[in-house]
Design a protein around this ligand. Structure first.
Ligand SMILES: *[C@@H]1O[C@H](CO)[C@@H](O)[C@H](O)[C@H]1NC(C)=O
Ligand SMILES: *[C@@H]1O[C@H](CO)[C@@H](O)[C@H](O)[C@H]1NC(C)=O
Length: 216
Protein backbone atom coordinates (compact mmCIF):
# COMPACT_ATOMS: atom_id res chain seq x y z
CA UNK A 1 0.00 0.00 0.00
CA UNK A 2 1.35 3.41 -0.96
CA UNK A 3 2.22 5.37 2.18
CA UNK A 4 1.89 9.00 1.24
CA UNK A 5 2.84 10.28 4.70
CA UNK A 6 6.05 8.25 4.63
CA UNK A 7 6.98 9.56 1.19
CA UNK A 8 6.34 13.09 2.38
CA UNK A 9 8.50 12.52 5.46
CA UNK A 10 11.38 11.18 3.35
CA UNK A 11 11.04 14.05 0.91
CA UNK A 12 11.08 16.57 3.78
CA UNK A 13 14.23 15.01 5.23
CA UNK A 14 16.21 15.44 2.02
CA UNK A 15 14.78 18.77 0.91
CA UNK A 16 17.20 20.75 3.08
CA UNK A 17 20.30 19.82 1.15
CA UNK A 18 22.27 22.76 -0.12
CA UNK A 19 22.69 21.39 -3.64
CA UNK A 20 20.31 22.28 -6.44
CA UNK A 21 18.67 19.46 -8.44
CA UNK A 22 21.57 19.34 -10.89
CA UNK A 23 24.07 18.74 -8.07
CA UNK A 24 25.59 22.22 -8.24
CA UNK A 25 26.31 23.67 -4.79
CA UNK A 26 24.17 26.69 -4.01
CA UNK A 27 26.01 28.82 -1.47
CA UNK A 28 23.94 29.93 1.54
CA UNK A 29 23.19 33.66 1.99
CA UNK A 30 25.76 34.00 4.76
CA UNK A 31 28.64 33.33 2.30
CA UNK A 32 27.83 36.80 0.86
CA UNK A 33 29.15 35.78 -2.57
CA UNK A 34 32.53 34.55 -1.31
CA UNK A 35 33.95 31.11 -2.04
CA UNK A 36 33.40 28.64 0.78
CA UNK A 37 33.23 24.94 1.54
CA UNK A 38 30.57 22.80 -0.14
CA UNK A 39 28.20 20.86 2.04
CA UNK A 40 24.86 19.12 2.17
CA UNK A 41 22.54 19.53 5.11
CA UNK A 42 19.50 17.92 6.63
CA UNK A 43 17.45 18.12 9.77
CA UNK A 44 17.39 14.86 11.73
CA UNK A 45 15.85 13.65 15.00
CA UNK A 46 15.64 16.20 17.85
CA UNK A 47 15.87 19.02 15.33
CA UNK A 48 19.62 18.52 14.83
CA UNK A 49 21.06 20.18 11.70
CA UNK A 50 23.53 17.62 10.32
CA UNK A 51 26.01 18.62 7.62
CA UNK A 52 28.36 16.68 5.42
CA UNK A 53 31.36 18.60 4.03
CA UNK A 54 33.30 17.64 0.93
CA UNK A 55 37.06 17.03 1.02
CA UNK A 56 38.85 20.32 0.31
CA UNK A 57 42.09 22.24 0.68
CA UNK A 58 42.35 24.65 3.61
CA UNK A 59 45.20 26.83 4.89
CA UNK A 60 45.61 26.33 8.62
CA UNK A 61 47.69 27.52 11.56
CA UNK A 62 47.72 26.43 15.20
CA UNK A 63 47.82 28.65 18.27
CA UNK A 64 48.11 27.73 21.97
CA UNK A 65 46.03 30.00 24.15
CA UNK A 66 43.48 30.23 26.93
CA UNK A 67 41.21 32.39 24.77
CA UNK A 68 39.30 31.55 21.61
CA UNK A 69 39.13 35.24 20.74
CA UNK A 70 42.88 35.84 21.16
CA UNK A 71 43.82 32.63 19.35
CA UNK A 72 41.48 33.35 16.44
CA UNK A 73 42.90 36.88 16.09
CA UNK A 74 46.49 35.59 16.02
CA UNK A 75 45.63 32.84 13.54
CA UNK A 76 43.55 35.18 11.39
CA UNK A 77 46.46 37.64 11.10
CA UNK A 78 48.93 34.93 10.04
CA UNK A 79 46.53 33.60 7.40
CA UNK A 80 45.59 37.11 6.26
CA UNK A 81 49.26 38.01 5.67
CA UNK A 82 49.60 34.85 3.60
CA UNK A 83 46.65 35.74 1.35
CA UNK A 84 47.79 39.38 1.17
CA UNK A 85 50.96 38.33 -0.65
CA UNK A 86 53.29 36.61 1.80
CA UNK A 87 53.47 33.54 -0.41
CA UNK A 88 55.86 32.04 -2.94
CA UNK A 89 54.12 33.75 -5.88
CA UNK A 90 53.70 37.12 -4.12
CA UNK A 91 50.07 37.22 -5.24
CA UNK A 92 46.86 38.29 -3.59
CA UNK A 93 44.63 35.35 -2.78
CA UNK A 94 40.91 36.10 -2.45
CA UNK A 95 39.36 36.06 1.00
CA UNK A 96 36.92 33.21 1.49
CA UNK A 97 34.40 32.34 4.15
CA UNK A 98 34.23 31.12 6.90
CA UNK A 99 37.04 31.48 9.41
CA UNK A 100 36.96 28.02 10.97
CA UNK A 101 38.55 27.52 14.38
CA UNK A 102 38.95 23.98 15.71
CA UNK A 103 39.11 23.93 19.50
CA UNK A 104 40.92 21.11 21.31
CA UNK A 105 40.41 21.78 25.02
CA UNK A 106 43.43 21.73 27.32
CA UNK A 107 43.85 19.09 30.01
CA UNK A 108 42.77 21.23 32.96
CA UNK A 109 42.26 24.70 34.45
CA UNK A 110 44.96 27.21 33.44
CA UNK A 111 46.13 24.88 30.68
CA UNK A 112 46.28 26.20 27.16
CA UNK A 113 43.86 24.85 24.63
CA UNK A 114 44.95 24.24 21.04
CA UNK A 115 43.17 26.26 18.39
CA UNK A 116 43.59 25.57 14.68
CA UNK A 117 42.42 28.48 12.57
CA UNK A 118 41.66 27.75 8.91
CA UNK A 119 40.75 29.62 5.74
CA UNK A 120 39.09 27.76 2.91
CA UNK A 121 41.29 27.76 -0.23
CA UNK A 122 39.49 29.60 -3.12
CA UNK A 123 37.82 27.44 -5.80
CA UNK A 124 40.44 28.30 -8.47
CA UNK A 125 43.12 26.69 -6.29
CA UNK A 126 41.11 23.61 -5.27
CA UNK A 127 43.30 21.60 -7.66
CA UNK A 128 46.05 18.99 -7.47
CA UNK A 129 48.60 21.81 -7.74
CA UNK A 130 46.96 23.78 -4.95
CA UNK A 131 47.37 27.44 -3.93
CA UNK A 132 50.58 29.52 -3.71
CA UNK A 133 52.68 28.23 -0.81
CA UNK A 134 53.09 30.12 2.44
CA UNK A 135 56.53 31.37 3.47
CA UNK A 136 58.61 28.78 5.31
CA UNK A 137 58.43 30.68 8.62
CA UNK A 138 54.69 31.42 8.38
CA UNK A 139 53.51 28.56 10.67
CA UNK A 140 50.86 27.87 8.01
CA UNK A 141 50.14 24.52 6.41
CA UNK A 142 48.10 23.85 3.29
CA UNK A 143 46.21 20.63 3.89
CA UNK A 144 43.41 18.57 2.45
CA UNK A 145 40.76 18.11 5.09
CA UNK A 146 38.94 14.87 4.37
CA UNK A 147 35.13 14.76 4.20
CA UNK A 148 33.69 15.46 7.65
CA UNK A 149 30.34 15.47 9.38
CA UNK A 150 29.14 17.97 11.95
CA UNK A 151 26.04 19.01 13.85
CA UNK A 152 25.49 22.74 13.55
CA UNK A 153 24.05 25.46 15.77
CA UNK A 154 23.64 28.88 14.15
CA UNK A 155 23.16 32.17 15.96
CA UNK A 156 23.42 35.86 15.24
CA UNK A 157 25.15 38.77 16.95
CA UNK A 158 28.78 38.92 17.99
CA UNK A 159 30.35 35.67 19.16
CA UNK A 160 33.28 35.44 21.56
CA UNK A 161 34.39 32.73 23.98
CA UNK A 162 31.31 32.78 26.24
CA UNK A 163 28.77 32.73 23.41
CA UNK A 164 30.53 29.95 21.50
CA UNK A 165 30.96 27.78 24.61
CA UNK A 166 27.31 28.20 25.65
CA UNK A 167 26.05 27.36 22.14
CA UNK A 168 28.33 24.31 21.95
CA UNK A 169 27.12 22.99 25.31
CA UNK A 170 23.49 23.20 24.17
CA UNK A 171 24.34 21.64 20.80
CA UNK A 172 26.25 18.73 22.41
CA UNK A 173 23.25 18.01 24.58
CA UNK A 174 20.93 18.16 21.57
CA UNK A 175 23.17 15.68 19.71
CA UNK A 176 23.29 13.32 22.73
CA UNK A 177 19.50 13.20 22.71
CA UNK A 178 19.13 12.59 18.97
CA UNK A 179 18.41 9.06 17.72
CA UNK A 180 19.95 9.81 14.32
CA UNK A 181 23.41 11.14 15.18
CA UNK A 182 26.16 10.32 17.65
CA UNK A 183 29.48 11.80 18.62
CA UNK A 184 32.64 9.86 17.64
CA UNK A 185 34.08 8.02 20.67
CA UNK A 186 37.44 9.77 20.55
CA UNK A 187 36.27 13.32 19.89
CA UNK A 188 36.90 16.04 22.44
CA UNK A 189 36.99 18.90 19.95
CA UNK A 190 34.50 21.35 18.47
CA UNK A 191 34.52 24.25 16.04
CA UNK A 192 33.75 27.95 16.26
CA UNK A 193 32.90 29.20 12.76
CA UNK A 194 32.69 32.90 11.84
CA UNK A 195 31.25 34.29 8.64
CA UNK A 196 31.36 38.04 9.16
CA UNK A 197 33.89 40.86 9.22
CA UNK A 198 34.04 42.62 12.60
CA UNK A 199 32.30 45.73 11.32
CA UNK A 200 29.21 44.03 9.88
CA UNK A 201 26.62 45.09 12.41
CA UNK A 202 23.44 43.37 11.24
CA UNK A 203 22.50 40.01 9.74
CA UNK A 204 25.50 38.42 11.40
CA UNK A 205 25.76 34.65 11.26
CA UNK A 206 27.89 32.49 13.54
CA UNK A 207 27.99 28.75 13.94
CA UNK A 208 29.43 26.18 16.28
CA UNK A 209 29.92 22.61 15.13
CA UNK A 210 30.38 19.36 16.98
CA UNK A 211 31.68 16.34 15.07
CA UNK A 212 29.20 13.53 14.47
CA UNK A 213 29.47 10.02 13.14
CA UNK A 214 28.02 9.92 9.64
CA UNK A 215 24.90 7.96 10.43
CA UNK A 216 22.59 10.25 8.51
C1 LIG B 1 14.54 23.74 15.20
O1 LIG B 1 15.74 24.45 14.98
C2 LIG B 1 15.55 25.68 14.29
C3 LIG B 1 16.90 26.24 13.93
O2 LIG B 1 17.76 26.22 15.04
C4 LIG B 1 14.71 26.61 15.16
O3 LIG B 1 14.51 27.83 14.50
C5 LIG B 1 13.37 25.94 15.46
O4 LIG B 1 12.63 26.74 16.35
C6 LIG B 1 13.58 24.56 16.05
N1 LIG B 1 12.30 23.87 16.13
C7 LIG B 1 11.92 23.22 17.23
C8 LIG B 1 10.61 22.52 17.14
O5 LIG B 1 12.61 23.17 18.25
C1 LIG C 1 50.20 29.04 26.71
O1 LIG C 1 50.56 29.49 25.43
C2 LIG C 1 51.25 30.73 25.45
C3 LIG C 1 51.37 31.21 24.00
O2 LIG C 1 51.86 30.21 23.17
C4 LIG C 1 52.60 30.54 26.14
O3 LIG C 1 53.28 31.75 26.17
C5 LIG C 1 52.32 30.05 27.57
O4 LIG C 1 53.55 29.75 28.19
C6 LIG C 1 51.43 28.81 27.56
N1 LIG C 1 51.01 28.52 28.93
C7 LIG C 1 51.01 27.29 29.44
C8 LIG C 1 50.51 27.16 30.83
O5 LIG C 1 51.38 26.30 28.81
Amino acid sequence: MFNFALVLAIFASVSMIAFADDGVFVAPWFYHGLDGPKFTEKIVDNNVTARSYEAALWSSTSVESQSLKDATNIGFNRLFNYIQGENDQKVLIDMTTPVMTKVVPGAGPNCNSTFTISFYVPYIYQTAKGPPLPAADSQIVIETIKPFYVAVAAYDGFSYDAEAIAETAVLSNQVSNSKDVSVPLTSDYWFSVSYDPPFRVSNRHNEVWVPIVDTV
